[in-house]
Design a binder for this molecule. Sequence first.
Ligand code: SAM
Length: 458
Amino acid sequence: MNLQGLPPAFQTQMQAQLGADYSDFETALDQPAPVSIRVNPRKNIFPTVDLLPIPWCSEGFYLPERPSFTLDPLFQAGAYYVQEASSMLLNEALKQTVKLNRPLRVLDLCAAPGGKSTLLASALSPDSLLICNEVIRSRVSVLRENMDKWGYPNVVISNHDPEDMRSLEGFFDVVVVDAPCSGEGLFRKDPDAMNEWSEANVQLCSARQKRILGAAAPLLDEGGILIYSTCTYNDSENTENVRFLTEHGFRNRSLELPADWNIVEKKTGETVGYQCYPHRVKGEGFFISVFQKTAFTAAVKLDARTFRSIRALRPRETASAMKWLQNPSEFSFWEKPNGDVMALPKSLEKTFLFLDSALHNKGFGLEMGQFKGQDFIPSHALALSTAVSSNLPAVALSKEDALRFFKKENLVFDEPLKGWLLAQYNGLNLGWLKGVGNRVNNYLPKDWRIRMDIKEYV
Ligand code: SAM
């Protein structure tokens, strides 16, 4: 990166924070950022044997170089997520402070584009509920796309300001606040973060984070865990907010991190947070601190008996919808006013009923597709879901054809193919094809089409 571009006030701040280590920090900023991925344990086919593991996340690995992820069908199919290594420390924080093998209600309050959400989805038991919330509407579609690719049916996507979630007070066992921040830890990866940095912006971020934490605090049940993280080094953000939480009904939880991980323990009085620096770990700047709620918040009671806008599918339609799922008896089947068919995990049905009244801008359950006359048009999300049946007709594609599929080209096969088929690559579902007459139509949604030239890769 261009070290000349480092804001002088940032340099002074980091010199004060790091002392003699400052020159190592600057040297690290001048190196390329490491590339890392986290594999999807329910689509576990990415070859990792030769990869260097990330010590704090068993599903995380460093790649020797940056490939074109867009042109990897396994990436498009949700076999892995490209995530900066330090931020996977969330995995260790969860493991040490949350009993993950029981059903939990979890909120990722600042979720887009979905890095922490995909990590949470993998870490939770299948009968847990994960709400991925993003306040900025334009960022919800990328969040939805990433969660669809990941393919877990116990996920709700919502679009609310944290302060508008009061009807969920006392509801959650875990809330993750991966707060919008000054992004000092991303300067090497993202020059925009550096160009936008100013002391005034740091103060703005700090105040915004306090507002978010103030809104997050009542959403937790007593004993619940709040995980606060940022990708900055700034004490006005990290340390001050950590103090804010201990003054508002939370006690800090410390983590046991092996010394050879080189993660710095940052103490403020009795409170501790953990800071990754690029000269000490193979990753970017990241801060994380864990809290347990000691205060009591009465849970909101909503007496909803029926869903507001969805209706149960009729028996004949239900029988037809069930054929598309691997374990259909674990789901109930519903239809939205626009005709979209949804499968809701039965273990979460009561929770969804409550959420239906409590949250307005949300989507939940597995969107399966739509009935059209005698046909059922399956959705792309269904193809990518871990709940889809493994007994449906499928066609194995070469890498070249898989990329053509993602270019939304119509594919040509030697033999005529009929009806709905799952397009697969290395056994992983990519989406739907439909054979009609001599043609095979490609049902990749327009918005998912890759625009890059694939010629040199096929
Ligand atoms: N957790 C995400 C991940 O791991 O992929 C990254 C989250 S990013 C650091 C912070 C998110 O907070 C952004 O998506 C941003 O749109 C959102 N945000 C911005 N202002 C917010 C606010 N006032 N309240 C809640 N979220 C906000």
